[in-house]
Design a protein around this ligand. Structure first.
Ligand SMILES: Nc1ncnc2c1ncn2[C@@H]1O[C@H](COP(=O)(O)OP(=O)(O)O)[C@@H](O)[C@H]1O
Ligand SMILES: [Mg+2]
Length: 242
């Protein structure tokens, strides 16, 4: 008998992770365009955020106001936003069979609030299971650049947020955290060197996702044969809050 969770996972869940300025938002957009161009129903979203309520939490989190923010406060706000996002956007899209591209997800919480802020990883993982309904990405792309490169890219943009202004040491811990997580989950997490030009990074992304995309396409074809319905891949869906 199928579990409810398996039924909810007809789609494909891809997360894009890495330090500030590594190119996550750029590559989310490029990958979304690529997938839609190939006829895949694709939902682009981001964390913290992705729903009106969660976007308000994002604004609170990234606000540069002077009040110090305790690491636990930061974590609880992120989990609250994630819970909302998973229920409202990610689960429904996966149930419909879409490809969900999420700019940051659970690994960011482990890298930032765990490795960099020092909260316990096992506590964060427990709270995360509650926040995600135990949904895990099928694939996580970790865009890796030296901290100096990432920060230089971000600092050339106008809208610096509270996290961009953290110390170089902090961002080094975040980067090391992502690399350590990738070592722990080599099947799910793929490191993509992101120091090259955008189009070269985008090519590395499409090469990396190709095997999973082939499996997803085959699964879609089998589903539509069984149900004699048009494949959900022929749908065109765009959801983006940016
Ligand atoms: N491969 C790249 N080479 C040079 N600049 C890049 C590259 N990818 C993104 N950028 C630029 O760097 C800045 C940060 O990129 P962005 O995608 O917003 O990073 P992130 O979402 O990871 O913080 C943007 O101005 C973007 O245009
Ligand atoms: Mg971004």
């Amino acid at each position: 008998m199928k579990t409810p969770r398996r039924r909810a996972r007809r789609g494909l869940f891809i997360t894009l992770e890495g330090i500030e300025g590594c190119g996550k938002s750029t590559q989310t957009k490029l990958l979304g365009e690529y997938l839609r161009g190939h006829g895949y129903a694709t939902v682009e979203t981001r964390e913290p955020g992705g729903t009106p309520l969660a976007e308000k939490v994002r604004a609170v989190l990234l606000d540069g106001a002077d009040e110090p923010v305790a690491p636990e406060t930061e974590a609880f706000l992120i989990f609250a936003a994630r819970r909302q996002h998973v229920t409202q956007v990610i689960e429904p899209a996966l149930t419909k069979g879409a490809i969900v591209l999420c700019d940051r997800f659970s690994d960011s919480t482990l890298a930032y609030q765990g490795y960099a802020r020092g909260l316990g990883l096992s506590t964060l993982r427990s709270l995360n299971r509650l926040a995600t309904h135990a949904i895990e990405p099928d694939l996580t792309l970790v865009f890796d650049v030296p901290v100096a490169t990432g920060l230089a890219r971000r600092r050339s943009q106008a809208d610096l947020n509270r996290l961009d202004r953290e110390t170089v040491q902090f961002h080094r811990k975040v980067r090391a955290g992502f690399l350590d997580l990738a070592k722990q989950h080599p099947q799910r997490m793929k490191i993509i060197s992101a120091a090259a030009a955008q189009d070269r990074v985008a090519r590395a992304v499409t090469q990396t996702i190709a095997p999973m995309l082939n499996r997803y396409r085959r699964r879609g074809a089998e589903d539509s044969m069984r149900s004699r319905q048009p494949s959900f891949h022929s749908l065109q869906v765009r959801h983006a809050l940016r």
